[in-house]
Design a protein around this ligand. Structure first.
Ligand SMILES: Cc1ncc(COP(=O)(O)O)c(C=O)c1O
Length: 407
């Protein structure tokens, strides 16, 4: 669980050897040439002057490039071990930018249980002929290998842990398979962030983020990032980001950089609380099933220990007692806001079937295993004892009303 960024040849002054917390804290610090500001300034300017006729400077127009956006982009790229990152207006914009790698007629493999918005984007763009898409269960490596044999895709998108069922995909195995067929391998790393998982070091070519979530972490920015392993890929996505104009706003970049500085401490604290809550849910009679990779009973636990640096702070569970039980639970919770999104300082609860994954058609949802009894938690930074007390009280009310119903 240590940094990926040191190799045995690193010298004492080698900056590539810094640990993630150091990279995040120091990104852009002391880089202001004008006034020597310690923290990097916010450049809101739409445009930048030319230094005389034909004197183009590094920046000319904020859609194509902006110093504030570049500072956070480079920080995220450094944390992921990539060459560079394009900051986008949302996580969906990042995914859309990724899909520009694929031309009409070419094929994308995507997880059958991916985030509902990703599923919708892929399905609707495929229907309009932008590309073809096949939704596959990437946790079944044999089935995936035969899908590759049938027809290798141009791009495979992995989402691990998946939203909302926390299924794990073996990044190294899938990227190894993809490499053998010349397929570009991209990983949506939103659920863990670079603090807990580094897909590029496991063979991925591209990492995609909804920076709305852990990277910003304060519930006040919608943004995304496309991180490329190579200069060539980064140039490709930079070119398309400017061409279609889905790059992120400077102020959002400024906030995201501020959030990023505390990523490591936030997610470690949230993760410790998540484990305690997952254990409490597992032991509660109102809960029939818990999905959290930190539990030894989780089918992906061993893989999580191997490919992740932590288990994260997202978990899902199935509640006993149908819709009335869900209503009872929600009514008695004080510290879990009923809202979409995740990864912020505040704890959230969501009902995927009617919220985050409502855009998926019901058959696809059922096929992915997202039941109407599934609830998803994003664990925040509240005191863990308070969170435990809050959810245990609400679950006790559910258990009580379930018992009354049976009697
Ligand atoms: C795994 C994952 N990827 C991408 C997105 C889309 O991000 P955004 O809402 O920032 O567009 C989400 C949103 O919840 C997500 O959970």
């Amino acid at each position: 669980m240590s940094t990926l960024f040191c190799n045995s040849n690193a010298t004492e002054s080698d900056t590539s050897c810094y640990q993630p917390a150091t990279l995040a804290s120091r990104a852009g610090v002391e880089a202001d040439p004008a006034h020597g500001a310690v923290m990097p300034p916010l450049y809101l300017s739409t445009n930048f002057t030319f230094d005389g006729f034909k004197g183009k400077r590094p920046y000319d127009y904020t859609r194509s490039g902006n110093p504030t956006r570049d500072t956070v982009g480079q920080a995220i790229a450094d944390l992921e071990g990539g060459f560079g990152a394009v900051m986008t207006a949302s996580g969906m914009a990042a995914l859309d930018l990724l899909f520009y790698h694929v031309k009409p007629g070419e094929l994308i493999f995507a997880p059958h249980d991916c985030y509902g918005g990703t599923h919708r984007l892929l399905q609707h763009k495929a229907e309009r002929g932008y590309f073809r898409v096949k939704f596959v269960d990437q946790t079944n490596l044999d089935a995936l290998a035969s899908a590759f044999q049938q027809e290798a895709p141009k791009l495979i998108l992995i989402e691990t842990p998946s939203n909302p069922l926390l299924r794990l995909t073996d990044i190294q195995a899938v990227c190894g398979l993809a490499k053998a067929y010349g397929t570009l391998c991209a990983v949506d790393n939103t659920f863990l962030s670079p603090a807990l998982q580094n897909p590029l070091s496991l063979g991925a070519d591209v990492v995609v983020h909804s920076t709305t979530k852990y990277l910003n972490g304060h519930g006040d920015v919608v943004g995304g990032a496309v991180v490329s392993k190579t200069q060539e890929l980064h140039q490709f996505f930079t070119w398309w980001g400017n061409c279609i104009g889905n790059t992120g706003a400077p102020f959002d970049s400024y906030l995201t950089l501020r959030g990023l500085r505390t990523l490591e401490v936030r997610i470690r604290h949230q993760e410790a609380s998540a484990l305690r809550i997952a254990e409490a849910l597992s032991a509660h009679p109102a809960v029939s099933r818990v999905y959290y990779p930190g539990l030894e009973s989780h089918p992906g636990h061993e893989l999580a220990c191997r490919q992740q640096k932590g288990f994260g702070a997202m978990l899902s569970f199935e509640l006993e007692g149908g819709e009335p039980a869900i209503r009872t639970l929600l009514k008695h919770l004080n510290l879990f806001s009923l809202a979409e999104s995740l990864g912020g300082v505040e704890s959230l609860i969501a009902h995927p079937a009617t919220m985050t994954h409502v855009a998926m058609d019901p058959d696809a949802r059922r096929h992915a295993g997202i039941s109407d009894q599934l609830l998803r938690l994003s664990i925040g930074l509240e005191a863990p004892d308070d969170l435990l007390r809050d959810i245990t009280f609400a679950l006790n009310q559910v258990a009580h009303s379930n018992r009354v119903k049976i009697a």
